[in-house]
Write a protein that binds this ligand. Structure first.
Ligand SMILES: [Zn+2]
Ligand SMILES: [Zn+2]
Length: 150
């Protein structure tokens, strides 16, 4: 029997192994985000997220410590090693948990297919791809402002 897309399971966790998570099924989105908040949380010039509905996510070891930047916007990290792991909150009608692709055991399995918050991208950073770039998000049927580097 072939594994159906809806049964696919991924695992990941922090650098020290104290926090381990799993997610089941197809992600809602796989995207780069250039926004100031994502950069502030990680200290990185850009992040790559894989987004799941929270009901498909469970922590199999430990739990993220949550920093709430505002009510309902939770940034998860390991309080032992400090790894930035997740974002949780409501996103366009869905309760989601987003994981940094780099925290997956097999990060090569997900390839971002869009850029969010191109409007806040650091001017010296770009990726030589031809993916759609959105001023903020693509949710709500928003059209990309352009494709590829400008
Ligand atoms: Zn850790
Ligand atoms: Zn962001």
């Amino acid at each position: 029997m072939t594994l159906m897309a809806s049964d696919e399971k991924v695992n990941g966790g922090c650098m020290c192994g104290e926090v381990r998570y799993e997610a089941i099924g197809k992600p809602v989105n796989v995207a780069y985000c250039h926004c100031i908040d994502c950069r502030g949380f990680t200290g990185a010039p850009v992040v790559a997220w894989v987004v799941y509905e929270t009901q498909k996510v469970s922590f199999v070891k430990g739990k993220c410590k949550i920093y709430e930047s505002s009510p309902g916007r939770g940034w998860g990290f390991c309080d032992q090693c400090g790894t930035s792991i997740s974002w949780e909150g409501e996103s366009f009608g869905k309760i989601v948990t987003e994981f940094h692709i780099s925290t997956l055991d097999k990060p090569d399995e997900f390839i971002p297919d869009r850029h969010w918050y191109d409007s806040q991208r650091l001017p010296w950073f770009d990726v030589a791809d031809n993916l759609p770039r959105y001023q903020i998000f693509d949710y709500g049927g928003k059209e990309p402002t352009h494709h590829g580097p400008k």
